[in-house]
Design a protein around this ligand. Sequence first.
Ligand SMILES: Cc1cc2nc3c(=O)[nH]c(=O)nc-3n(C[C@H](O)[C@H](O)[C@H](O)COP(=O)(O)OP(=O)(O)OC[C@H]3O[C@@H](n4cnc5c(N)ncnc54)[C@H](O)[C@@H]3O)c2cc1C
Ligand code: FES
Length: 250
Amino acid sequence: MNFKVRVAEVSWLTQEVVSVWVEAPDVTGKTKPGQFFGVKVNKRGDLLLRRPLSVADVRGDFLRFIFKVVGKGTVELSRTKPGDGWDVLGPLGKPAPIFKGRDVVVCGGGVGAAPLLFLTRVLKEKNRVNVILGAKTASELILVNDFRRLKVKVILATDDGSAGEKGFVTQPAMRAIKTLLKPVVFACGPRSMLKFLMENVDQVPVWGFLEERMGCGVGICYCCAVERREGGYLRLCKDGPVVFLNEVRL
Ligand SMILES: Cc1cc2nc3c(=O)[nH]c(=O)nc-3n(C[C@H](O)[C@H](O)[C@H](O)COP(=O)(O)OP(=O)(O)OC[C@H]3O[C@@H](n4cnc5c(N)ncnc54)[C@H](O)[C@@H]3O)c2cc1C
Ligand code: FES
């Protein structure tokens, strides 16, 4: 479904990461963790393709998007003001699997923490959730208080040791995974982080939020295809973007 939403609130979480709440009463009830929207930037030829943004949270009639400013499209979107209209397509993609009665490790690297917030809000109702967040430095950590407000265990790591444990987010994540009986892992962040987790956990299912450039966003163009280990491809926009990592070649 492609429709207009009204921007309600804009705030900067770091020098490069923006949080935007939009009012979207028709879709909040239908939107599940793991899904995303294709956001139209403007009508200029060079920005014709919609930019995929995950749903970071849902509250009442409002959806939250959190994005890092990396190029032309996100620069343009970061200039948005309350009252602006956004043209969005969605919710797109398959919802993340929702488990019950499990120990869940949620691992977010950098802006990868964003879609994990909504997921954690839903998972913590019926599971024990451990959240591990990492970034290069303290000023790049996002959403720490939002996660803490969900009353889940939150562990921090930074590459330079300026907040939490010094080192990659995968260190405390691996420790948490090893101490739990039958954990399930959800991870979003750089591919190297996802690959490390997948290759170093033994028999533990890891679900990763994957990203590829997207064309249509609805399964037609194969622009977002990732190779399956058993042959063939998964289209991230339709079969993902949350995928069982053992199933794909990273
Ligand atoms: C399903 C999905 C959900 C996403 N959710 C979020 C989110 O919640 N928050 C967020 O910050 N980002 C998210 N992204 C990434 C986001 O869509 C891209 O950063 C954005 O489209 C870049 O647009 P741009 O015009 O600013 O950059 P461009 O000018 O198109 O590119 C600038 C730079 O960004 C890199 N880039 C562009 N697209 C991607 C991409 N899809 N993945 C990784 N790098 C890219 C390019 O390599 C290039 O170096 C998501 C991507 C997907 C596929
Ligand atoms: S973006 Fe077209 S098939 Fe996924």
